[in-house]
Design a protein around this ligand. Structure first.
Ligand SMILES: [Zn+2]
Ligand SMILES: [Zn+2]
Length: 344
């Protein structure tokens, strides 16, 4: 079968290869891949800036149909349409696994970098990590479940936006826009989205298409001033930081109100960030750091997307065949794509 493979360590070294079709082991099902989203992780593996074990098939944002079952499978049948949590190789025995946090088990090695991923025709996958999707859900919607679960988990379950909140989202990449949609689905009274001049042509334009009207380009408008004006000088109830920019992160402290909450999703790429610690303390701010996705995030996300309350599929700008991967990866890197989906 055809697969997009990172062949060895270093920058680049990605090619389409013909690889043997996998057979399901005990507890695994074989999934025919319908589509696989391209994630920042895939781009990082391309550039050798994320851990990976080559040769490895890329891709973890998969959606597909179960076509065969290995021994001891109990919950899924041939014909089930599924999406998959990427928490493969979590040990099941450590403190984190046993307290229900398999997504941050130190042994975890996800498809696409730790084990063979889904930018191919078939994958064999532990059925215990799958979620069945509704018949009405399109593949476009299904392929968005994994990234959306990150935003939903942070905004709704960890940081806890509630109806009536004034929410600011910093960084309008795919995760930022999904976070904004999650806040809106939770009933936020206003969602302000902050971006840079580089975000204006595609990302902020897409935000406007999605119905968000409070868009701030920091090249034109001082975001703190604008947010204070709209909140009677109080500040935002919740700030969601999705930019990962060391210059932007300290601004969250000025955007949030006293006793407010900051949710953090954006990674800085190990760059240091300077925070006004005393200001955070005097404002009595709660900071919620976020990484990866738990079972309930998936469950909630599937329902939110399927019901139309969170139209995540509207972030897809590119649908391409695997053979076209290079153009798609380049477009993502050059901010010409928001979310891209590859089909085998
Ligand atoms: Zn992802
Ligand atoms: Zn573990």
């Amino acid at each position: 079968m055809k697969a997009l493979v990172k062949t060895r360590k270093g920058v680049g070294h990605i090619e389409i290869r013909d690889v043997p079709e996998p057979q399901p082991g005990p507890g695994q099902v074989k999934i025919k891949i319908a589509a696989c989203g391209v994630c920042g992780t895939d781009i990082h593996v391309r550039h050798d800036t994320f851990p990976y074990w080559p040769p490895v098939i890329l891709g973890h944002e998969l959606a597909g149909t179960v076509v065969a079952r290995g021994a001891d499978c109990r919950y899924f049948q041939e014909g089930d349409r599924v999406v998959a949590e990427p928490h493969t190789k979590a040990c099941g025995q450590c403190y984190l696994c046993r307290t229900g946090n398999i997504q941050i088990c130190p042994e975890k090695r996800s498809p696409g970098w730790g084990i063979d991923g889904a930018m191919t025709e078939y994958i064999c996958y532990p059925e215990k990590l799958l979620h069945r999707i509704p018949d009405t859900m399109t593949w476009d919607q299904a392929v968005m479940v994994e990234p959306t679960a990150n935003a939903v988990g942070d905004v709704l379950e960890r940081t806890g936006v509630v109806a009536g909140d004034f929410v600011v989202v910093q960084g309008p990449g795919p995760i930022g826009l999904l976070a904004a949609m999650a806040a809106r689905a939770a009933g936020a009274r206003e969602v302000v989205i902050i971006g840079t001049p580089g975000d204006v042509p595609l990302r902020l334009a897409r935000a406007r298409k999605l119905g968000f009207t409070q868009l701030i380009d920091i090249g034109q408008t001082d975001p703190v001033k604008a947010v204070l004006e709209r909140t009677d000088g109080l500040g935002a109830d919740v700030v969601v930081e999705c930019s990962g920019a060391p210059k932007a992160i300290p601004v969250t402290v000025d955007l949030v109100r006293k006793m407010g909450k900051i949710g953090i999703i954006g990674l800085t790429g190990r760059r240091k960030v300077e925070l006004d610690w005393d200001k955070l303390l005097f404002k009595v701010v709660t900071m919620h750091f976020h990484l990866s996705t738990a079972y309930t995030f998936w469950d909630r996300t599937i329902h939110l997307i399927a019901s139309g309350q969170l139209p995540a599929e509207r972030l897809i700008t590119h649908r391409a065949s695997l053979d076209d991967w290079e153009r798609v990866f380049d477009d993502i890197e050059n901010l010409k794509a928001l979310k891209a989906v590859l089909m085998p």
